[in-house]
Write a protein that binds this ligand. Structure first.
Ligand code: UD1
Ligand code: CA
Length: 463
Protein backbone atom coordinates (compact mmCIF):
# COMPACT_ATOMS: atom_id res chain seq x y z
CA UNK A 1 0.00 0.00 0.00
CA UNK A 2 1.35 3.40 -0.94
CA UNK A 3 2.09 5.50 2.08
CA UNK A 4 0.05 8.71 2.12
CA UNK A 5 1.99 11.93 2.45
CA UNK A 6 1.73 13.73 5.75
CA UNK A 7 -0.05 17.06 5.99
CA UNK A 8 0.90 20.02 8.14
CA UNK A 9 -1.17 23.17 8.44
CA UNK A 10 -0.08 26.73 9.06
CA UNK A 11 -2.55 29.50 9.80
CA UNK A 12 -1.41 33.08 9.20
CA UNK A 13 -2.63 35.12 12.15
CA UNK A 14 0.10 37.63 12.93
CA UNK A 15 -1.36 40.69 11.28
CA UNK A 16 -3.12 43.41 13.22
CA UNK A 17 -5.95 43.88 10.77
CA UNK A 18 -5.59 47.66 10.53
CA UNK A 19 -8.83 48.04 8.60
CA UNK A 20 -10.83 46.62 11.54
CA UNK A 21 -9.85 49.74 13.57
CA UNK A 22 -9.60 47.62 16.69
CA UNK A 23 -7.24 46.85 19.57
CA UNK A 24 -8.11 43.19 19.24
CA UNK A 25 -6.13 41.20 16.66
CA UNK A 26 -8.37 40.67 13.65
CA UNK A 27 -8.52 36.88 13.88
CA UNK A 28 -9.99 37.11 17.41
CA UNK A 29 -13.02 39.05 16.24
CA UNK A 30 -16.09 36.91 16.66
CA UNK A 31 -18.40 35.54 14.03
CA UNK A 32 -21.40 33.88 15.68
CA UNK A 33 -20.16 31.86 18.63
CA UNK A 34 -16.50 31.57 17.56
CA UNK A 35 -13.50 33.72 16.70
CA UNK A 36 -12.31 33.90 13.07
CA UNK A 37 -9.26 31.75 13.77
CA UNK A 38 -11.43 29.10 15.46
CA UNK A 39 -13.54 28.97 12.31
CA UNK A 40 -10.41 28.43 10.24
CA UNK A 41 -9.34 25.60 12.56
CA UNK A 42 -12.83 24.15 12.20
CA UNK A 43 -12.49 24.03 8.42
CA UNK A 44 -9.78 21.37 8.91
CA UNK A 45 -12.21 18.82 10.32
CA UNK A 46 -12.04 16.53 7.26
CA UNK A 47 -8.26 16.45 7.08
CA UNK A 48 -5.89 14.43 9.18
CA UNK A 49 -3.05 16.77 10.09
CA UNK A 50 0.31 15.73 11.50
CA UNK A 51 1.05 19.24 12.78
CA UNK A 52 -0.87 22.45 13.28
CA UNK A 53 1.01 25.71 13.47
CA UNK A 54 -0.44 29.15 14.07
CA UNK A 55 1.73 32.13 13.20
CA UNK A 56 1.17 34.91 15.70
CA UNK A 57 2.56 38.41 16.06
CA UNK A 58 0.39 41.42 16.89
CA UNK A 59 -0.86 40.77 20.45
CA UNK A 60 0.03 37.14 19.91
CA UNK A 61 -0.38 36.31 23.60
CA UNK A 62 -4.13 36.93 23.26
CA UNK A 63 -4.38 34.43 20.41
CA UNK A 64 -2.24 31.87 22.24
CA UNK A 65 -4.45 32.26 25.30
CA UNK A 66 -7.71 32.00 23.36
CA UNK A 67 -6.66 28.85 21.51
CA UNK A 68 -5.06 27.19 24.52
CA UNK A 69 -8.30 27.61 26.45
CA UNK A 70 -10.30 25.77 23.81
CA UNK A 71 -11.36 22.24 24.48
CA UNK A 72 -8.77 19.81 23.21
CA UNK A 73 -10.82 18.37 20.37
CA UNK A 74 -11.39 21.82 18.87
CA UNK A 75 -7.70 22.67 18.78
CA UNK A 76 -5.40 19.76 19.51
CA UNK A 77 -1.61 20.24 19.80
CA UNK A 78 -1.31 23.68 18.31
CA UNK A 79 2.24 24.96 17.91
CA UNK A 80 2.61 28.73 18.03
CA UNK A 81 5.22 30.35 15.82
CA UNK A 82 6.14 33.95 16.39
CA UNK A 83 6.53 36.54 13.67
CA UNK A 84 7.82 39.48 15.70
CA UNK A 85 7.53 42.06 12.90
CA UNK A 86 4.84 41.74 10.26
CA UNK A 87 6.55 42.12 6.92
CA UNK A 88 3.93 40.32 4.86
CA UNK A 89 2.42 36.90 4.29
CA UNK A 90 5.62 35.61 2.67
CA UNK A 91 7.64 36.76 5.66
CA UNK A 92 5.14 35.01 7.91
CA UNK A 93 5.67 31.76 6.01
CA UNK A 94 9.45 32.20 6.25
CA UNK A 95 9.10 31.82 10.02
CA UNK A 96 8.14 28.19 9.39
CA UNK A 97 11.51 27.31 7.91
CA UNK A 98 13.12 26.37 11.22
CA UNK A 99 10.00 24.72 12.64
CA UNK A 100 9.34 22.49 9.64
CA UNK A 101 12.96 21.70 8.84
CA UNK A 102 13.13 18.25 7.30
CA UNK A 103 9.35 17.84 7.13
CA UNK A 104 8.50 15.65 4.18
CA UNK A 105 4.94 16.29 3.19
CA UNK A 106 2.36 18.82 2.11
CA UNK A 107 1.69 22.09 3.87
CA UNK A 108 -1.70 23.77 3.83
CA UNK A 109 -1.42 27.49 4.43
CA UNK A 110 -4.60 29.29 5.38
CA UNK A 111 -5.16 32.98 5.95
CA UNK A 112 -6.54 33.39 9.46
CA UNK A 113 -9.20 35.79 8.19
CA UNK A 114 -11.06 33.42 5.82
CA UNK A 115 -13.61 31.83 8.16
CA UNK A 116 -16.34 30.38 5.94
CA UNK A 117 -14.38 27.68 4.12
CA UNK A 118 -16.16 24.35 4.02
CA UNK A 119 -14.15 21.32 5.21
CA UNK A 120 -15.08 19.60 1.91
CA UNK A 121 -13.42 22.37 -0.08
CA UNK A 122 -10.10 21.93 1.70
CA UNK A 123 -10.31 18.20 1.27
CA UNK A 124 -10.88 18.60 -2.46
CA UNK A 125 -7.96 21.05 -2.73
CA UNK A 126 -5.64 18.54 -1.09
CA UNK A 127 -6.87 15.69 -3.28
CA UNK A 128 -6.35 17.70 -6.48
CA UNK A 129 -2.89 18.69 -5.27
CA UNK A 130 -1.93 15.05 -4.85
CA UNK A 131 -3.56 13.69 -7.97
CA UNK A 132 -1.63 16.12 -10.15
CA UNK A 133 1.63 15.97 -8.18
CA UNK A 134 1.66 19.77 -8.03
CA UNK A 135 4.30 21.83 -6.30
CA UNK A 136 1.48 24.14 -5.24
CA UNK A 137 -2.29 24.17 -5.63
CA UNK A 138 -4.12 27.39 -4.98
CA UNK A 139 -7.77 27.96 -4.24
CA UNK A 140 -9.31 30.61 -6.47
CA UNK A 141 -12.75 32.06 -7.12
CA UNK A 142 -14.52 34.07 -9.76
CA UNK A 143 -15.87 37.07 -7.87
CA UNK A 144 -18.55 39.48 -9.07
CA UNK A 145 -16.61 42.19 -7.22
CA UNK A 146 -12.92 41.24 -6.94
CA UNK A 147 -11.78 44.55 -5.45
CA UNK A 148 -9.10 44.18 -2.79
CA UNK A 149 -8.09 40.62 -3.68
CA UNK A 150 -5.00 39.36 -5.44
CA UNK A 151 -5.74 38.53 -9.12
CA UNK A 152 -4.78 35.12 -10.46
CA UNK A 153 -3.43 34.69 -13.99
CA UNK A 154 -3.26 31.25 -15.64
CA UNK A 155 -2.20 29.90 -19.02
CA UNK A 156 -4.53 27.97 -21.30
CA UNK A 157 -3.74 24.72 -19.44
CA UNK A 158 -4.95 26.27 -16.16
CA UNK A 159 -1.37 26.38 -14.91
CA UNK A 160 -0.95 29.34 -12.64
CA UNK A 161 1.55 31.91 -13.80
CA UNK A 162 1.24 34.92 -11.57
CA UNK A 163 -0.71 36.45 -8.67
CA UNK A 164 -0.86 40.23 -8.63
CA UNK A 165 -2.16 42.10 -5.58
CA UNK A 166 -5.03 44.53 -6.21
CA UNK A 167 -2.87 47.56 -5.45
CA UNK A 168 -0.12 46.34 -7.79
CA UNK A 169 -2.48 45.66 -10.72
CA UNK A 170 -2.56 47.66 -13.93
CA UNK A 171 -6.09 48.84 -14.91
CA UNK A 172 -6.19 45.98 -17.44
CA UNK A 173 -5.20 43.39 -14.80
CA UNK A 174 -7.92 44.70 -12.50
CA UNK A 175 -10.51 43.51 -15.01
CA UNK A 176 -9.62 39.90 -14.14
CA UNK A 177 -12.20 38.59 -11.71
CA UNK A 178 -10.37 35.42 -10.79
CA UNK A 179 -8.96 35.97 -7.31
CA UNK A 180 -6.65 34.28 -4.82
CA UNK A 181 -8.63 33.00 -1.83
CA UNK A 182 -5.65 32.92 0.53
CA UNK A 183 -5.85 29.13 0.84
CA UNK A 184 -2.92 27.12 -0.47
CA UNK A 185 -1.45 23.66 -0.57
CA UNK A 186 2.33 23.43 -1.05
CA UNK A 187 4.81 20.62 -1.32
CA UNK A 188 6.83 21.78 1.67
CA UNK A 189 10.27 20.87 0.34
CA UNK A 190 9.63 23.03 -2.74
CA UNK A 191 8.18 25.93 -0.77
CA UNK A 192 11.11 25.85 1.64
CA UNK A 193 13.42 26.44 -1.32
CA UNK A 194 11.28 29.23 -2.75
CA UNK A 195 10.68 31.25 0.44
CA UNK A 196 14.24 32.66 0.80
CA UNK A 197 14.04 33.98 -2.77
CA UNK A 198 11.20 36.44 -2.04
CA UNK A 199 11.77 40.16 -2.40
CA UNK A 200 9.64 43.06 -1.20
CA UNK A 201 9.49 44.64 -4.60
CA UNK A 202 5.89 45.94 -4.52
CA UNK A 203 3.62 48.78 -3.51
CA UNK A 204 3.48 47.70 0.17
CA UNK A 205 7.19 46.83 0.50
CA UNK A 206 6.11 43.47 1.88
CA UNK A 207 7.17 39.89 1.26
CA UNK A 208 4.24 38.24 -0.48
CA UNK A 209 3.59 34.53 -0.06
CA UNK A 210 1.86 34.71 -3.43
CA UNK A 211 5.18 35.51 -5.15
CA UNK A 212 6.47 32.02 -4.32
CA UNK A 213 4.44 30.72 -7.29
CA UNK A 214 7.07 32.37 -9.53
CA UNK A 215 9.61 29.81 -8.26
CA UNK A 216 7.39 26.73 -8.22
CA UNK A 217 6.30 24.33 -10.92
CA UNK A 218 3.69 23.10 -11.63
CA UNK A 219 1.24 25.37 -9.82
CA UNK A 220 -2.44 24.79 -10.35
CA UNK A 221 -5.47 26.96 -9.57
CA UNK A 222 -8.69 25.31 -8.39
CA UNK A 223 -11.92 27.31 -8.43
CA UNK A 224 -14.18 27.03 -5.43
CA UNK A 225 -17.79 26.21 -6.32
CA UNK A 226 -19.43 28.65 -3.92
CA UNK A 227 -17.45 31.88 -3.87
CA UNK A 228 -19.07 32.96 -0.61
CA UNK A 229 -16.82 30.49 1.18
CA UNK A 230 -13.67 32.43 0.53
CA UNK A 231 -14.75 35.87 1.69
CA UNK A 232 -11.80 37.40 3.56
CA UNK A 233 -12.54 39.59 6.55
CA UNK A 234 -10.63 42.86 6.44
CA UNK A 235 -13.16 45.29 7.91
CA UNK A 236 -16.38 45.38 9.95
CA UNK A 237 -18.55 45.49 6.88
CA UNK A 238 -17.08 42.23 5.59
CA UNK A 239 -17.51 40.76 9.07
CA UNK A 240 -21.21 41.59 8.93
CA UNK A 241 -21.48 40.18 5.41
CA UNK A 242 -19.86 36.94 6.58
CA UNK A 243 -22.33 36.76 9.46
CA UNK A 244 -25.22 36.99 7.00
CA UNK A 245 -23.79 34.21 4.87
CA UNK A 246 -23.21 32.06 7.93
CA UNK A 247 -26.75 32.64 9.22
CA UNK A 248 -28.24 31.69 5.87
CA UNK A 249 -26.22 28.47 5.89
CA UNK A 250 -27.26 27.57 9.44
CA UNK A 251 -30.95 28.36 8.90
CA UNK A 252 -31.09 26.47 5.59
CA UNK A 253 -29.57 23.50 7.40
CA UNK A 254 -32.16 23.52 10.22
CA UNK A 255 -35.12 24.10 7.94
CA UNK A 256 -34.01 21.12 5.83
CA UNK A 257 -33.82 19.12 9.08
CA UNK A 258 -37.46 19.84 9.94
CA UNK A 259 -37.32 23.00 12.05
CA UNK A 260 -39.86 25.77 11.38
CA UNK A 261 -38.46 29.31 11.42
CA UNK A 262 -41.08 32.02 11.37
CA UNK A 263 -39.61 35.15 9.77
CA UNK A 264 -36.08 33.71 9.48
CA UNK A 265 -34.41 37.05 8.82
CA UNK A 266 -35.29 38.22 12.34
CA UNK A 267 -33.82 35.09 13.98
CA UNK A 268 -30.14 34.34 14.74
CA UNK A 269 -28.73 30.90 15.53
CA UNK A 270 -25.12 30.10 16.47
CA UNK A 271 -23.58 27.14 14.68
CA UNK A 272 -23.01 25.49 18.07
CA UNK A 273 -26.78 25.08 18.60
CA UNK A 274 -28.55 21.73 18.15
CA UNK A 275 -32.26 21.47 17.22
CA UNK A 276 -34.64 18.55 16.72
CA UNK A 277 -37.30 18.20 14.05
CA UNK A 278 -40.62 19.92 14.79
CA UNK A 279 -39.08 22.67 16.84
CA UNK A 280 -40.70 26.02 16.00
CA UNK A 281 -38.70 29.23 16.34
CA UNK A 282 -40.78 32.39 16.38
CA UNK A 283 -39.64 35.87 15.23
CA UNK A 284 -36.97 37.92 17.02
CA UNK A 285 -35.50 34.91 18.77
CA UNK A 286 -31.78 34.27 19.29
CA UNK A 287 -30.22 30.91 20.08
CA UNK A 288 -26.63 31.03 21.27
CA UNK A 289 -23.75 28.92 22.49
CA UNK A 290 -24.15 25.29 23.45
CA UNK A 291 -27.93 25.26 23.35
CA UNK A 292 -30.07 22.24 22.44
CA UNK A 293 -33.84 22.21 21.90
CA UNK A 294 -35.86 19.02 21.66
CA UNK A 295 -38.78 18.08 19.45
CA UNK A 296 -42.09 19.90 19.65
CA UNK A 297 -40.82 22.94 21.52
CA UNK A 298 -41.81 26.43 20.51
CA UNK A 299 -39.40 29.25 21.29
CA UNK A 300 -40.30 32.93 20.97
CA UNK A 301 -41.37 35.39 19.90
CA UNK A 302 -38.60 37.64 21.24
CA UNK A 303 -36.59 35.24 23.34
CA UNK A 304 -32.90 34.63 24.00
CA UNK A 305 -31.67 31.14 24.84
CA UNK A 306 -27.99 30.79 25.66
CA UNK A 307 -26.02 27.71 26.74
CA UNK A 308 -29.23 25.93 27.76
CA UNK A 309 -30.89 22.56 27.29
CA UNK A 310 -34.58 22.69 26.47
CA UNK A 311 -36.61 19.45 26.59
CA UNK A 312 -39.59 18.37 24.47
CA UNK A 313 -42.85 20.33 24.14
CA UNK A 314 -41.52 23.34 26.04
CA UNK A 315 -42.76 26.84 25.27
CA UNK A 316 -40.74 29.98 25.90
CA UNK A 317 -42.31 33.38 25.13
CA UNK A 318 -40.68 36.81 25.49
CA UNK A 319 -38.10 35.42 27.90
CA UNK A 320 -34.37 35.02 28.53
CA UNK A 321 -32.89 31.65 29.50
CA UNK A 322 -29.15 31.28 30.11
CA UNK A 323 -27.03 28.40 31.49
CA UNK A 324 -30.14 26.43 32.38
CA UNK A 325 -31.98 23.15 31.82
CA UNK A 326 -35.72 23.02 31.19
CA UNK A 327 -37.52 19.66 31.28
CA UNK A 328 -40.38 18.51 29.02
CA UNK A 329 -43.69 20.31 28.90
CA UNK A 330 -42.64 23.34 30.93
CA UNK A 331 -44.11 26.72 29.94
CA UNK A 332 -41.94 29.79 30.35
CA UNK A 333 -43.02 33.41 30.00
CA UNK A 334 -44.12 35.86 29.03
CA UNK A 335 -41.34 37.87 30.66
CA UNK A 336 -39.30 35.37 32.64
CA UNK A 337 -35.55 35.33 33.26
CA UNK A 338 -33.80 32.06 34.10
CA UNK A 339 -30.07 32.38 34.75
CA UNK A 340 -27.10 30.95 36.61
CA UNK A 341 -27.94 27.24 36.49
CA UNK A 342 -31.65 26.88 36.83
CA UNK A 343 -33.03 23.36 36.47
CA UNK A 344 -36.76 22.90 36.08
CA UNK A 345 -38.71 19.66 36.32
CA UNK A 346 -41.31 18.69 33.74
CA UNK A 347 -44.66 20.42 33.39
CA UNK A 348 -43.66 23.52 35.34
CA UNK A 349 -45.05 26.96 34.71
CA UNK A 350 -42.76 29.98 35.08
CA UNK A 351 -43.71 33.39 33.95
CA UNK A 352 -45.19 36.83 34.09
CA UNK A 353 -42.26 38.72 35.57
CA UNK A 354 -40.42 35.92 37.33
CA UNK A 355 -36.65 35.69 37.85
CA UNK A 356 -35.00 32.40 38.80
CA UNK A 357 -31.30 32.14 39.64
CA UNK A 358 -29.35 29.01 40.60
CA UNK A 359 -32.62 27.31 41.43
CA UNK A 360 -33.93 23.80 41.05
CA UNK A 361 -37.64 23.05 40.66
CA UNK A 362 -39.29 19.61 40.82
CA UNK A 363 -42.04 18.43 38.45
CA UNK A 364 -45.29 20.38 37.99
CA UNK A 365 -44.15 23.25 40.17
CA UNK A 366 -45.49 26.72 39.39
CA UNK A 367 -43.90 30.13 39.83
CA UNK A 368 -46.41 32.04 37.83
CA UNK A 369 -46.33 35.69 38.80
CA UNK A 370 -43.93 38.40 39.99
CA UNK A 371 -41.41 36.30 41.93
CA UNK A 372 -37.69 36.06 42.57
CA UNK A 373 -36.26 32.72 43.61
CA UNK A 374 -32.49 32.65 44.10
CA UNK A 375 -30.41 29.72 45.41
CA UNK A 376 -33.59 27.73 46.00
CA UNK A 377 -34.54 24.08 45.77
CA UNK A 378 -38.29 23.49 45.50
CA UNK A 379 -39.87 20.01 45.28
CA UNK A 380 -42.69 18.65 43.14
CA UNK A 381 -46.07 20.34 42.75
CA UNK A 382 -45.06 23.37 44.74
CA UNK A 383 -47.12 26.49 44.13
CA UNK A 384 -45.12 29.64 44.60
CA UNK A 385 -47.72 32.38 45.10
CA UNK A 386 -47.67 35.70 43.32
CA UNK A 387 -44.95 38.01 44.56
CA UNK A 388 -43.08 35.41 46.64
CA UNK A 389 -39.45 36.40 47.18
CA UNK A 390 -36.53 34.43 48.58
CA UNK A 391 -34.28 36.81 50.49
CA UNK A 392 -31.07 34.94 49.69
CA UNK A 393 -28.49 37.65 50.34
CA UNK A 394 -27.62 39.01 53.75
CA UNK A 395 -25.31 41.65 52.33
CA UNK A 396 -22.26 39.40 52.60
CA UNK A 397 -23.22 35.86 51.66
CA UNK A 398 -25.83 34.01 49.60
CA UNK A 399 -27.94 31.41 51.43
CA UNK A 400 -30.20 28.59 50.24
CA UNK A 401 -33.94 28.13 50.57
CA UNK A 402 -35.53 24.66 50.55
CA UNK A 403 -39.23 24.17 49.86
CA UNK A 404 -40.81 20.70 50.22
CA UNK A 405 -43.27 18.95 47.86
CA UNK A 406 -46.83 20.32 47.55
CA UNK A 407 -46.11 23.42 49.63
CA UNK A 408 -47.97 26.63 48.77
CA UNK A 409 -46.50 30.02 49.52
CA UNK A 410 -49.05 32.81 49.91
CA UNK A 411 -48.99 35.94 47.84
CA UNK A 412 -46.28 38.39 48.80
CA UNK A 413 -44.44 36.05 51.18
CA UNK A 414 -40.78 36.54 51.92
CA UNK A 415 -38.63 33.52 52.77
CA UNK A 416 -35.49 34.67 54.55
CA UNK A 417 -32.63 32.25 53.80
CA UNK A 418 -31.07 30.07 55.05
CA UNK A 419 -34.42 28.41 55.58
CA UNK A 420 -36.14 25.04 55.11
CA UNK A 421 -39.88 24.81 54.55
CA UNK A 422 -41.32 21.27 54.88
CA UNK A 423 -43.73 19.37 52.63
CA UNK A 424 -47.42 20.23 52.38
CA UNK A 425 -46.96 23.56 54.11
CA UNK A 426 -49.28 26.53 53.57
CA UNK A 427 -47.76 29.94 54.07
CA UNK A 428 -50.23 32.75 54.70
CA UNK A 429 -50.19 35.69 52.32
CA UNK A 430 -47.87 38.50 53.33
CA UNK A 431 -45.76 36.38 55.70
CA UNK A 432 -42.10 37.03 56.35
CA UNK A 433 -40.80 33.59 57.29
CA UNK A 434 -37.47 33.55 59.13
CA UNK A 435 -37.49 30.16 60.88
CA UNK A 436 -37.67 26.59 59.53
CA UNK A 437 -41.18 25.13 59.13
CA UNK A 438 -41.99 21.39 59.63
CA UNK A 439 -44.22 19.35 57.26
CA UNK A 440 -48.01 19.75 56.96
CA UNK A 441 -48.76 22.97 58.76
CA UNK A 442 -50.02 26.48 58.26
CA UNK A 443 -47.60 29.34 58.90
CA UNK A 444 -48.77 32.85 59.54
CA UNK A 445 -45.90 35.23 60.08
CA UNK A 446 -47.38 38.68 60.04
CA UNK A 447 -49.18 41.03 62.41
CA UNK A 448 -52.83 40.10 62.92
CA UNK A 449 -55.31 42.53 61.45
CA UNK A 450 -56.94 44.77 64.07
CA UNK A 451 -60.46 46.19 63.68
CA UNK A 452 -61.75 48.82 66.15
CA UNK A 453 -65.56 49.19 65.84
CA UNK A 454 -66.98 52.70 65.95
CA UNK A 455 -63.54 54.32 65.94
CA UNK A 456 -63.48 57.91 64.60
CA UNK A 457 -60.78 60.51 64.07
CA UNK A 458 -61.00 63.08 66.86
CA UNK A 459 -62.27 66.38 65.50
CA UNK A 460 -59.70 69.21 65.69
CA UNK A 461 -60.56 71.83 68.38
CA UNK A 462 -61.93 75.01 66.74
CA UNK A 463 -59.41 77.86 66.47
C1 UD1 B 1 -4.03 38.22 0.92
C2 UD1 B 1 -3.35 37.79 -0.38
C3 UD1 B 1 -4.28 38.09 -1.55
C4 UD1 B 1 -5.60 37.35 -1.35
C5 UD1 B 1 -6.22 37.67 0.02
C6 UD1 B 1 -7.38 36.72 0.28
C7 UD1 B 1 -0.96 38.11 -0.08
C8 UD1 B 1 0.21 38.95 -0.44
N1 UD1 B 1 -2.12 38.52 -0.58
O1 UD1 B 1 -4.23 39.63 0.86
O2 UD1 B 1 -3.70 37.67 -2.77
O3 UD1 B 1 -6.50 37.66 -2.39
O4 UD1 B 1 -5.26 37.50 1.07
O5 UD1 B 1 -8.06 37.03 1.45
O6 UD1 B 1 -0.81 37.13 0.59
N2 UD1 B 1 -0.47 38.03 8.09
C9 UD1 B 1 0.57 37.61 8.88
N3 UD1 B 1 1.75 38.27 8.85
C10 UD1 B 1 1.96 39.35 8.05
C11 UD1 B 1 0.88 39.79 7.23
C12 UD1 B 1 -0.31 39.11 7.26
O7 UD1 B 1 0.42 36.62 9.62
O8 UD1 B 1 3.08 39.89 8.08
C13 UD1 B 1 -1.77 37.32 8.15
C14 UD1 B 1 -2.92 38.20 8.57
O9 UD1 B 1 -3.08 38.13 9.98
C15 UD1 B 1 -4.10 37.57 7.82
C16 UD1 B 1 -3.48 36.93 6.60
O10 UD1 B 1 -2.07 36.85 6.86
O11 UD1 B 1 -4.74 36.56 8.60
C17 UD1 B 1 -3.74 37.73 5.33
O12 UD1 B 1 -3.21 39.03 5.49
P1 UD1 B 1 -3.93 40.31 4.87
O13 UD1 B 1 -3.11 41.49 5.19
O14 UD1 B 1 -5.35 40.33 5.27
O15 UD1 B 1 -3.78 39.99 3.31
P2 UD1 B 1 -4.68 40.57 2.11
O16 UD1 B 1 -4.24 41.95 1.80
O17 UD1 B 1 -6.12 40.35 2.40
CA1 CA C 1 -7.23 39.61 4.12
Amino acid sequence: MAQTTMVAVAILAAGRGTRMKSDLPKVLHRLGGKSLVEWVLGSLSEIETARRLVIVGYRGELITQALTNLEDDAAPNIEFVEQTVQLGTGHAAQQLLTHLKGFQGDLLILNGDVPLLRPQTLKRLLETHREHHNAATILTAQLPNPKGYGRVFCDSQNRLQQIVEDRDCTPAQKQNRRINAGVYCFRWADLAEALPKLTADNDQREYYLTDTVNFLNPVMAVDVEDYQEILGINDRKQLAAAYDILQTRIKDHWMAAGVTLIDPSSITIDDTVGLEADVVIEPQTHLRGKTTIQAGSRIGPSSLIEHSQIGQQVTVMYSVVTDSTVAAGTRIGPYAHLRGHVETGSGCRIGNFVELKNTKLGDRTNVAHLSYLGDTTAGNQVNVGAGTITANYDGVKKHRTQIGDRTKTGSNSVLVAPITIGEGVNIAAGSTVTEDVPDDCLVIARARQVIKPGWKLKAKPEA
